[in-house]
Every structure is written in C-alpha cells, then in structure tokens.
Ligand binder design. Structure first.
Ligand code: F6P
Length: 564
C-alpha cells in the first residue's frame, strides 16, 4: 500500500526555502558577486556522477539553499520513494504497477528481485539474451530476407517512447553506425512513411514494429502500410508469388515486433518467434533500455547496447546509494523544484553543444512533460503547487542565433542545462584551429554571459551612445547547469538519460505526482476516433461535433471536393 503523498508546501523546509528565497532577493543576490566573494564556489558546487561532471555553481544558490533543498527531499520522503521504486513497489498507483526500468539495466551482481511473483532478473536476462542472439543473426547475415539477401536496413515503426528513445540514441551514437542503417517512422502523416519507403529495398529491409500496447493508432496504421508496401514490392520484383503461404513467409522474414501484448501482435500476423517482450512495469518513455532498443542492438551491435545499459546502471547505482548532499539527480531535481516553485520558472531549456544530441531535447520533452505535467497527486488529490515546467531546447550553437536573445535579456527566468563533451565526435582542424574548440568556447561563454551579464558601466566604458545603453545591458544572474563528460559514448549517453529519468522522478516525488502514468493523452485519442468518420463524410459524425470542429472538418471536405 503506497502512502499518500506528503504535502511539500506544508513542510518546515518549504517554509524555510520561501524565507530564504526572500532573503536572497532582498539581499540582491547576484551570481557575479557570489563568485566574486567566494573563490571556492565553482569547486564547492561541482559534483560527479559516474563519468558525468556537473557544475551547479552558476545556479541561484548558496550553501543554505542546498541544505534546505536536501531537507525538503527528506521531509517528503524521497529516500523511501527511491527504495520503493528500486524494489518494485507499485508506485505507479493509478495503474497499480511497479516501476522497474532500473531492472532492465541492473548488472549481474544486483540482488535477486521478485515482483508480483515474477523473477525480474531472470526475465530481463532471458530477453536480453534473445535480443543479443537476434542482433547477431541479422548482423552476421544469418537472418535473411525472403529472397535470401542479408538485411541492410531496419525501420523502427513506433511513436512516443517506442520511437523517441531509439531515434535519439541512434543519432547520438552515429560514430558507432555500421553497415546496417536504421530509419524511424512515427507520425501518422502519410508523408512520414512514404518518404522513408521511397528510399528502401524491400528485399533487404527489416521492419521492427515497436508498441508496448500494440494498440496505438499511428503505429498500427504505419505497420499496415509497411506490410502492404512490402508484399506489393516483393511481388512486383518477383521475389515472392501471390500465395498466402509466401506472403506469410515474407512477413515472418521482414517483420518483427516489440510489445507487451503478444495476442495483438499475433493478430497482426507477426510470427510469435519474432516477438520481443517487455513488461507492464516499464513505462513507454522509460523503455529505451528494454527490447524497445532492438533497433539499436541490431544497427550498433549488442556490445554497444550492453555498454549503453551499463551507463544507465552506473547512474541508477549513484541515485540509489549516494547521500542526498552529493546525489546529482536528486539535487538537480530539487533545483528544478527551486526554480518552478520559488522563482516561478515555467520552462527549462536543454542546450546540447553536440550535433549528435539534436534529438535529445525532444526525447526529454516526453520524459519530463508526460511524467510531471499533472494537476493531481498520486492519491487523486489536487497538487498543492505548480508542477511540470515546459522542457525545450535546441543544439548550440544554432540556438544562439535564434532564441538566446530571450534567455539573456527577456523577462522570464529560464534555467538552462548546457551539455558538452571534451572530445569531438568528428575531429576537424581549420588551419591551426581545432573546430571543436570553437564549439566549446561558445558553450562556456554562454554560461558566463547568462550568469555574469554586462553592467551599464561596462557598456558605457565601451563608448556606447547613452540612448542605447539600456538595450545593450545584460542583467546576468540567469541560472545554468553545465553537464560535461569526456566524450559522447554509449556509456555516457546511458548515464545522461538515466540522470534525467531520476531528476524527473525526484521532482514528481516532491510534487506528490505519479510520474509513470499518462492519462492526459487519452481524450484526444478518443475524440480522434469520432472525427475520422466525420472527415469521411458520415453525416451523424459531422453533426455530433462542436461548431468549431465541424467547421474545420467542413473546410477540409470542401477543399478536397474543389480539388476533385
Ligand atoms: O500516447 C502516449 C503514449 O501512450 C506514450 O506514453 C507511449 O510512449 C506512446 O503512446 C506509444 O505507446 P505504445 O508503445 O503502446 O505504442
């Protein structure tokens, strides 16, 4: 039985944090003076977790802030919640499920774990062995297409957690790409699959239909389109005849599935031997370390996938065992609470100075916002404070030439996470200049500009005309965290993802939120099933719509009729 959440806003730590924030504000706290008066500040607020180095010193904090935030974590019972998660208690209360994505990547030394009568470690080991064997068979050309040609392309068909994780990681680890290439199709906009299929050879393509529920409209529609395309193209190329047996054989060589719903996969026509399973205790957005990562194991290799999982495990271990005072995911989650609830931040920027992490902000949007974008707590009672800030971002330096203006001089406080690596993924020198140094110089410079700004006195000293001095002042005191590692490897990528998973969990715990359900996505899905027949012209369905929706549907119908 999961206890009701403790209301963070009625804890002594919350009251103390409110007073502390007021003191910082009235005392004119500024990062420039905080660094000026404390030469040890950078060292004191720089922490490590596995291979990650986290510099928290450019945040609006002092030692009192961190002490009070740790007290807040203790007073809302974060340590107990962490243990409850790792030991398989049903902390996903609205779905009555355990939350065990950490079990997907536990190392062999982890103690046995039985949950709901299931030997979790054994199940995970067996599934990993199956993924490993399949990935090797495809990579070594033992698993072949129906015309006996080896597979050179994998198409992952999935959406949300069944797409964003593998798609992001595939791009992030492009230094590890081999001869088998991956594509990711998610959107039900027919252009998505059409654009992808147009480039493919059906005889050497393997489709992975990834869907936890195997009931997601977008994924099933795209999977059907892919199946129809495959059969039609194979026939047109003379690779198969028209009989049902040959079609079934083609599907069994060119389609596998990843799902928890084996009966639905079978009904779709995928052979049960080509189904990779996972469990209801893995949430979609926490599932990239499960069989949902099959496309990664096949294209990057099972060894790379194992290193990726080991990265997650290192941060899991850190989160579970490190005292709160040095527990990086806990402290970063608490800092996010500090900004949302005490400084009214409503969004959080994620700025990777790494081209290959271009999809990381999109990945984080699902992780954080589907987890914590909620107004009720895990016992059904209303939340007692603001929750769920908007996560967004773009790779540096592109963002600098787009929206950083607002970060530097706008009226909103937007905490930012900067992510960068000491080593380049691609080493290039322009003349004597290491191009990666230019990237890193921008990363460091931006965090400094945000923190320290540029006062009017300096702007004037540069000879600026008085009338435009105000426009050229940078107020500074804008918080950022710098996350660094030596290089973007499978291991550090796993660490980075696990870091944000546990940051998200920490925030959810303070807010009393079930960070593992997502009821807010259901209504739109339901209504779409009513709109579809209306678009097709069903009079009763059109009449059942509200006036605005009806006029949208009528506009589409009229535009199409005019074209026809
Ligand atoms: O609609 C949201 C969602 O349920 C996500 O939580 C999930 O990751 C995604 O859809 C895909 O779900 P499935 O893997 O079941 O197709």
């Amino acid at each position: 039985m999961i206890a009701s959440p403790i209301d963070a806003t009625s804890t002594p730590a919350w009251t103390a944090l409110t007073a502390h924030r007021d003191e910082l504000k009235s005392g004119g706290f500024h990062l420039a003076s905080a660094f000026g008066t404390d030469p040890a500040r950078a060292d004191r607020f720089t922490l490590t977790a596995a291979d990650l180095r986290l510099d928290l010193s450019k945040n609006l904090i002092d030692s009192t802030t961190m002490r009070l935030l740790v007290q807040l974590a203790e007073q809302v019972g974060l340590p107990g919640r962490i243990e409850a998660m790792f030991t398989g208690q049903h902390i996903n209360t609205t779905e009555d499920r355990a939350v065990l994505h950490t079990a997907l990547r536990a190392d062999d030394a982890a103690p046995s774990l039985e949950v709901d009568g299931q030997d979790v470690r054994k199940d995970v080991r067996n599934e990993l062995a199956k993924i490993d064997a399949f990935a090797r068979a495809v990579r070594q050309g033992e698993w072949r297409g129906v015309s006996d040609r080896p597979i050179d392309t994998v198409v992952n068909i999935g959406i949300g957690g069944s797409d964003l994780g593998p798609a992001m990681a595939y791009q992030a680890l492009s230094a590890y790409h081999g001869p088998i290439r991956a594509h990711f199709v998610s959107n039900v906009d027919p252009s998505d699959i059409a654009d992808t299929l147009a480039t493919l050879d059906p005889q050497t393509t393997l489709f992975i239909v990834a869907s936890k529920t195997f009931g997601t409209l977008e994924t099933l529609t795209n999977a059907r389109l892919a199946r129809n395309w495959l059969l039609a193209e194979l026939k047109a190329q003379g690779a198969i005849g028209g009989g049902e047996t040959e079609e079934r054989k083609a599907i069994s060589r060119h389609f596998v599935a990843v799902s928890t719903a084996l009966d639905r996969v079978k009904a779709f026509g995928i052979d049960p031997s080509g189904v990779f399973g996972f469990w209801d205790w893995v949430g979609g957005r926490y599932s990239v370390g499960s069989a949902i990562g099959l496309s990664l194991a096949v294209t990057l290799g099972p060894e790379v996938f194992a290193e990726f999982l080991a990265g997650f495990a290192a941060i899991d271990q850190h989160f579970r065992t490190t005292p709160l005072e040095r527990n990086v995911p806990a402290l970063m989650g608490l800092l996010n609470v500090w900004y949302v609830n005490f400084w009214d931040a409503r969004s959080h920027a994620v700025l990777p100075y790494c081209q290959h992490l271009a999809r990381f902000p999109a990945y984080l949007q699902q992780l954080t916002m589907e987890s914590n974008g909620k107004s009720v707590r895990w016992d059904g009672s209303p939340v007692t404070s603001a929750t769920g800030e908007v996560f967004w971002g773009e790779i540096g330096t592109n963002g600098q030439h787009a929206f950083y203006q607002l970060l530097h001089q706008g009226t909103q406080l937007i905490p930012a996470d900067f992510i960068a690596f000491a080593q380049p993924a691609a080493a290039l020198v322009d003349g004597d200049q290491d191009v990666h140094d230019l990237l890193l110089a921008n990363f460091v410079a931006q965090t400094a500009a945000l923190a320290f700004g540029k006062p009017a006195s300096q702007v004037r000293a540069e000879g600026t005309a008085e009338a435009i001095v105000p426009a050229r002042v940078f107020p500074g005191n804008r918080p950022s965290t710098s996350i660094m590692a030596d290089a973007l490897t499978p291991g550090t990528l796993g660490q980075l993802i696990a870091l944000y998973e546990h940051i998200t969990f920490t925030q959810g715990t303070v807010w009393g939120i079930d960070s593992f359900d997502q009821w807010g996505v259901e209504l739109g899905k339901q209504l779409a099933t009513q709109v579809t027949p209306a678009l097709a012209g069903d009079a009763a369905a059109i009449a059942s719509l509200d006036a605005s929706s009806r006029s949208l549907v009528q506009y589409v119908r009229a535009a199409r009729a005019a074209k026809a």
